[in-house]
Design a protein around this ligand. Structure first.
Ligand code: AMP
Length: 285
């Protein structure tokens, strides 16, 4: 496995793979890897000749009051895990390598970036779309792998790729969960033991919303109310948002019809840690 910090060296390695007709799969991450990340890596390994995993905690997607400084990191452990998965290249740029000068060029995807997490994290998806574009230009992957855990991110990236004709296939993998249903996240490591127990309510709340939908509830506000009700039973889960929106365009719906695909999405703060989760429900099922 090659560990490369230099964008130009990584680009050279990837270009020479492409020139010998090898397919490239890219898994962008911020490191502190868990089974959710590794599921993406395994899928990439199964589908491509060259697997590139990037590890970069991208400062431009963090707001000034957010957790950039305390975002968990453990490069040694990450590299050991990726060696086990037979990854070919790990791209680990530092901030000055990715941003040698103040960037003036950004990729913005208004609309789908402005709701849900975008509403409470202004500039977040601009940072994500811009750094993913840089990664696509450096690695030139045939396929890139993203988790449903960050559902809105997948919608933003897909829209960006379509709008800009970026020649990459975006592959979305299901959310990997702990045994109690908590979606795996690097940020889970920041939770104290009591808060970790509270965090297991998130999936139960989403399932409550799903059950309401499947039992015939068609008012999105009442579905969101069912989710909110369950979370309210646990003290000190601070809700950022609970949204019931169209799963394709993330738009609010006045009513839900039987053939809709609906996204139930939430963001909360528990013990100062921001957690997100979601479920996609095919109402007809
Ligand atoms: P991150 O390191 O949190 O930026 O995540 C890197 C990639 O892994 C993103 O595409 C995430 O959606 C994905 N990912 C993170 N957690 C999970 C999970 N629990 N299940 C599946 N994919 C995940």
């Amino acid at each position: 496995m090659d560990t490369l910090a230099s964008p130009s060296e990584t680009q050279k390695t990837c270009l020479s793979a492409k020139q010998s007709s090898r397919t490239i799969g890219l898994v962008p991450t911020m490191g502190y890897l868990h089974e959710g990340h590794l599921a993406l890596v395994r899928r990439a390994r199964a589908e491509n000749d060259l697997v590139v995993v990037s590890i970069f905690v991208n400062p431009t997607q963090f707001g000034p009051a957010e957790d950039l400084e305390r975002y968990p990191r453990d490069l040694v452990r990450d590299l050991a895990l990726l060696t086990e998965e037979n990854v070919d290249v790990v791209f680990t740029p530092d901030v000055s390598g990715m941003y040698p000068e103040q960037p003036a060029t950004f990729v913005e995807v208004p609309g789908v970036s402005e709701v849900l997490c975008g509403a409470s994290r202004p500039g977040h998806f601009r940072g994500v779309a811009s750094v993913v574009t840089k990664l696509f230009n450096i690695v030139q992957p045939d396929r890139s792998y993203f988790g449903q855990k960050d559902y809105q991110q997948t919608i933003v990236i897909r829209k960006m790729v379509r709008d800009l004709n970026i020649p990459v296939q975006i592959i979305i993998c299901p959310t990997v969960r702990e045994s109690d249903g908590l979606a795996m996240s690097s940020r889970n490591s920041l939770l104290g033991p009591h808060d970790r127990v509270k965090a297991s309510q998130l999936i139960l709340a989403l399932k409550k919303g799903e059950a309401a939908l499947l039992n015939g509830e068609r008012d999105p506000l009442r579905v969101a109310g069912a989710i909110r009700g369950l979370l309210a039973e646990t003290r000190e889960i601070f809700v950022d948002y609970i949204e019931v929106v169209d799963a394709e365009d993330l738009k609010k719906k006045s009513g839900i019809s039987d053939k809709d695909r609906v996204l139930l999405a939430l963001a909360v703060r528990i013990g100062g840690v921001r957690l997100i989760d979601n479920l996609v429900v095919n109402v007809s099922s």
